[in-house]
Design a protein around this ligand. Structure first.
Ligand code: GLU
Length: 475
């Protein structure tokens, strides 16, 4: 293999291409050109812009990649990290395309990246960089409610999204749908209730659904349900923290939590909110009372457990550590945490890997709800809450009359309650994750596919082909 080819084969993007190619064996024959078009990145915008930091001018490297325009707008987060590079942003954009197709969210995939370490830069400078990045996107028509809609990702959150919105609004005055130019905003600026925890909650719904299936649990030698299952979460950012909380509340035992500085372990279980309190007070999860420190954080992935949830960055499970993994289920809360080599090893070991392109789609699903809310200019539940309460009240009166029995006030309150925004968002997310899981599982079973990732890719590719066919035009 030539040097040039070798380096291409090693890229993160080529891993996704491998997964894609594997899946094409299970779809009806189709023109090769169409598959090539689906696979490739439609537009890569690499920028360098100057920002004055202190008395010096610093040149910032940043990206926005639009992987697919088969549906518009494009959608995907912006990563703030020193590790950002073109290959990574292209891959993450591609994953967004497949993710959106799987959960039936009408977007093409995109991703952004700003090569900075937000932990070592002041808030004022992060704001300057974010605002300048947004104006660069506007200049090139790379942002807008119907064009491309960013969101939070690793290293960014509500704060950054509100700066993006504000910059957009001030540079495009009078845009009535300006709120829909970015999602993951704070509630006070057009955000939707339930967005912050959406990815972690989606991960929880997806794994809970798998654990409800008797046949699959039997094949792993596990009991049905989450109660008492031993779980390890790697990464305590927005996704890992919320996933850990939901698993803990459902009766799972969080035996280990891993962060950059190391991991903590307690086979009887860790109380997640107390660990977070300890982290806030001491700046580290290490030395949490009653737990054992594990200095080498990577070793935490290899501990005894039923479910392992990598929730931080890509490529943490690779060919050199895959055969030491003890988990029976791996839930990919992060994007791309398992390399294709590791995937094969884990498959042979009988581990079920629930793939990122399905499992962490809760974030973009609720982003979709936020975008719809912004475009409709009305809060969820506003039109129907009172109406439902009145209908429920009349229904209860009829029941009381027929049964000649009074319903307890507390019970009444619960039944009467009309849907609030958070109720609608959460039920929409739950339904999306449950139906997505079964669509993938059905494809896997009916086509005799060996793993969930390939089945998920099959589902995504079929959906994208379908929308290209509906478009019907190729110049
Ligand atoms: N960054 C998140 C992801 O990777 C969310 C994207 C979005 O909401 O658009 O799925």
């Amino acid at each position: 293999m030539s040097k040039k080819n070798k380096s291409k084969a090693d890229t993160f993007f080529s891993c996704i291409e491998k997964n894609f190619d594997k899946a094409t064996r299970f779809i009806p024959p189709i023109e090769k050109g169409l598959l090539e078009q689906i696979k490739s990145c439609n537009a890569v915008y690499r920028m360098h812009f100057p920002v004055k930091i202190g008395k010096k001018i610093k040149v910032i490297e940043a990206y926005r990649v639009q992987h697919s325009h088969h549906k518009l707008p494009c959608k995907g987060g912006i990563r703030y990290s020193l590790k950002v590079n073109q290959d990574e942003v292209m891959t993450l954009a591609a994953l967004m395309t497949y993710k959106c197709a799987i959960v039936d969210v009408p977007f093409g995939g995109a991703k952004g990246g700003i090569k900075i370490d937000p932990q070592t830069i002041s808030v004022e400078n992060i704001e300057k960089i974010t605002r300048r990045y947004t104006s660069e996107l506007i200049k090139k028509n790379f942002i807008g409610p119907g064009i491309d809609v960013p969101a939070p990702d690793y290293g960014s959150g509500e704060r950054e999204m509100s700066w993006i919105f504000d910059t957009f609004l001030s540079l495009i005055p009078g845009e009535v749908d300006a709120l829909a130019c970015v999602t993951g905003k704070p509630l006070s600026q057009g955000g939707v209730r339930g967005r912050k925890e959406a990815t972690g909650l989606g991960v929880f719904y997806g794994i809970r659904e798998l654990c409800r299936i008797k046949e699959d649990m039997l094949s792993l030698g596990l009991d049905v349900g989450l109660d008492g299952k031993k779980v390890i979460i790697q990464g305590l950012g927005n996704v890992g923290y919320h996933a850990a909380t939901f698993f803990h509340e459902a009766g799972a035992i969080i035996v280990a939590l891993a962060e950059r500085e190391g991991a903590i372990y307690n086979k009887k279980g860790l109380n997640v909110s107390n660990v977070i309190l300890h982290l806030k007070n001491t700046g580290s999860i290490l030395n949490f009372p009653g737990s054992k420190n594990i200095e080498n954080t990577e070793k935490a992935l290899e501990l005894e457990c039923d479910i392992l949830i990598p929730s931080a960055l890509e490529n943490v499970i690779h060919k050199n550590n895959a055969n030491r993994i003890k988990a029976k289920i791996i839930g990919e809360a992060a994007n791309g945490p398992v390399t294709p080599d590791a995937d094969e090893i884990l498959g042979k070991m009988g581990v079920i890997v629930v793939p990122d392109i399905y499992l962490n789609a809760g974030g973009v699903t609720v982003s979709y709800f936020e975008w719809l809310k912004n475009l409709s200019h009305v809060r969820y539940g506003r039109m129907e809450k009172r109406f439902s309460e009145n209908v429920n009240s009349e229904l209860l009166q009829v029941i009381e009359t027929i049964c000649r029995k009074k319903i307890l006030t507390e019970e009444k309150k619960m039944i009467l309650r009309g849907p609030r925004e958070i109720d609608l968002v959460r039920s929409g997310l739950e339904d999306t994750m449950i139906s997505g899981f079964h669509k993938i599982r059905d494809i896997k079973k009916s086509s005799g596919i060996e793993n969930m990732r390939t089945a998920a890719f099959v589902l995504a590719i079929k959906k994208i082909i379908d929308s290209y066919e509906k478009l019907g035009i190729f110049p």
